[in-house]
Design a protein around this ligand. Sequence first.
Ligand SMILES: Cc1cc2nc3c(=O)[nH]c(=O)nc-3n(C[C@H](O)[C@H](O)[C@H](O)COP(=O)(O)OP(=O)(O)OC[C@H]3O[C@@H](n4cnc5c(N)ncnc54)[C@H](O)[C@@H]3O)c2cc1C
Ligand code: FES
Length: 252
Amino acid sequence: MKYDIRQLKLLSNDQIADGIFDMRLDYPEGEIPVQCGQFAHVYVPGKSLRRPISVCDARDGVLRLVYQIKGEGTKIMSQMQPGCMVDVLAPLGNGFSVQPGKRYALIGGGIGVPPMLYTAAQCDHPLVITGFRNEKLVILQDDFRTAGAEVVLATDDGTAGQKGFVTDVLRERIAEVDEVCACGPTPMLRAIAQVCREFGKPCQISLEERMACGIGACLVCAVKVRKDGEEIMQHVCKNGPVFNAEEVVFGG
Ligand SMILES: Cc1cc2nc3c(=O)[nH]c(=O)nc-3n(C[C@H](O)[C@H](O)[C@H](O)COP(=O)(O)OP(=O)(O)OC[C@H]3O[C@@H](n4cnc5c(N)ncnc54)[C@H](O)[C@@H]3O)c2cc1C
Ligand code: FES
């Protein structure tokens, strides 16, 4: 894992939906290349721990992080002004592995949608399935289209796109794709893994755990995975956040 701590210039930090912000940072040529599905660990002034945010995009010399205000750290991030320098540890973790010639279904649920944009940009005409609770939380639809994806929108309450869950759409369309990549809440990931198992499609999922160091040193982000028939603990920050869905031992 090759990463660096950098002071990156904040280019813009705009609200794009209810409580959701789009942070763009200067990431010029010569910085470490980013793999889709990797994350950045952002220093927030006044907080001892960095905040992990997935890379939404890393093209054209701009590192884009799309985040939702959850607590104090992300609130402080939303108040950062263009021109300031942001202390970023990146790129971290193991991202999605995508190969040319395959058709992918890229599935994002809620704030799990952003990492699918840079992933879509690495794929050939992927099917992107995005799910949100309601119309106020819908993000990035035009960005996906510009990246060459076919994008399907679903909302839980039917206020935008089709009413229902991303898994409903996946069931309807899974025969069209070779492989599935997903990021979002754990129940959604568990359901997607189940559908892929049923239809015999490979599936990669990006997990989220509370993090401290972000580089595999503190054990905070441990998850159980099954390797060669044995259950072992791995770190979401270092071994993931992307795992083979078949290897993840879902709790509960
Ligand atoms: C690999 C990864 C990628 C992520 N990508 C995104 C993204 O693209 N956009 C986005 O909006 N959010 C993302 N998150 C979740 C985001 O990190 C948390 O919402 C954020 O850290 C909350 O910080 P806070 O100070 O606002 O909230 P608080 O709840 O006040 O945070 C308190 C502490 O808990 C940690 N924490 C709280 N919730 C989470 C969480 N869900 N995951 C990890 N640590 C947490 C914080 O980092 C902080 O150390 C990601 C999390 C992980 C692990
Ligand atoms: S956050 Fe420290 S080991 Fe993963």
